[in-house]
Design a protein around this ligand. Structure first.
Ligand SMILES: [Zn+2]
Length: 345
């Protein structure tokens, strides 16, 4: 940690979660789930490995959702993330050698705190989200009867970048505008919050329950550049959001969407994008080689790893080389851009 005063106990729990790299299928993920989730009162693991915790379900028709896996490459699973906080912005990073994993460690932190505060709900800790939503997909099938018997009205995932989105579409309609607006209003009680319905969501676990649960959304939790080594989490924002989540009367939110309502958001079918031409990967690489190299670097792909993959493709026997260390980053002129918003302190 760079210059930081002793964090509040709760924030230290977030740091503890983010230190652990938990790629899907890794021993570190398995151990983390066993040690931190199965020890919770009433925790149950389904056949796939998802963990569910019921809190006062006689008073709740709400499921909360996050995922336990991170995008870290498997070979690095034993390494701990080195966390660095920018005291000026209260943004958390790693040393830029690995992804932070706020996607979705921040969602895990929220849910553990909500369980501790006894906020009624069904808490679903999904596995394998990052490799295709496999855990939630299995859950929707294997746990169908159990979940339907709970009469769930809403599934709220905490797995969205940025600050303002209450997702109504993950490709197709997943939550009603009325629900998303009502939840936005509840969130915006916190001064400075500007949540609003957003129809440009991408996949997360709640999408796998839209045929069973009317309102399936995903909320911005204040991470940014997820899946890359520049990933950051606005800690102040997350603290404020968590404080609000503990206060919301989830059962008072409206339920409007019919589970058969699967309309497309218009933006996803904006044909302008496809008309730009460079839809072919090779063409894109030829047109923007420098940018593609930058993007690969952002995603934590090293020159050595890329060389090894190319060697594999060429079917060459890679000569055994001593492992080179990753090139260092110049902290005086950091390679990332300052986020274009003022942060929450
Ligand atoms: Zn995620």
């Amino acid at each position: 940690m760079l210059a930081i005063t002793t964090p509040a106990n709760d924030v230290q729990k977030l740091f503890n979660i983010l230190e652990i790299q938990r790629p899907s299928g890794s021993q570190t993920e398995e151990d983390w789930v066993t040690n931190n989730l199965l020890s919770l009162e009433g925790a149950r693991m389904d056949a796939y490995g998802n963990v569910f915790v019921e809190v006062s379900m006689d008073k709740s028709t709400t499921m909360f959702s996050c995922h336990t896996d991170t995008v870290h490459p498997k070979p690095h699973a034993d390494y701990k993330n080195k966390l660095v906080i920018d005291p000026m912005t209260n943004h958390l990073f790693t040393d830029h050698k690995s992804q932070l994993g706020a996607d979705d460690g921040t969602g895990i932190w929220f849910m553990l705190a909500m369980i501790e505060a006894k906020v009624p709900g069904l808490y679903a800790f999904h596995r394998d989200e990052e490799v295709g939503g496999l855990g939630s997909s299995a859950s929707a099938k294997d746990n169908y009867e159990y979940l339907m018997a709970l009469g769930l009205n809403r599934c709220v995932a905490f797995d969205r970048h940025y600050y303002e989105d209450v997702i109504t579409h993950q490709g197709t309609r997943c939550a009603s505008d009325e629900f998303a607006q009502a939840l936005s209003n509840e969130l915006n009680i916190t001064p400075g919050f500007k949540f609003k319905p957003c129809d440009t969501g991408v996949f997360t676990d709640s999408a796998n329950y839209t045929h069973m649960i009317p309102e399936c959304t995903n909320l911005s939790v204040g991470y940014w550049s997820q899946h890359t080594i520049k990933e950051t989490q606005d800690v102040g924002f997350a603290e404020k959001l968590l404080a609000r989540l503990l206060q919301i009367d989830w059962e008072a939110l409206p339920t409007s969407r019919d589970v058969t309502d699967n309309d497309f958001s218009f933006d996803d079918y904006d044909y302008g994008f496809y008309d730009r031409g460079a839809s072919d990967m090779l063409e894109l690489c030829e047109d923007y080689p420098i940018m593609i190299a930058e993007i690969l670097e952002d995603y934590g792909v090293t020159v050595q790893e890329l060389r090894e993959q190319i060697d594999d493709k060429l079917d060459l026997v890679a000569t055994k080389t001593t492992k080179k260390t990753q090139p260092g980053y110049d902290w005086d002129s950091p390679p990332w851009n300052t986020p274009p918003w003022s942060s929450y302190k």
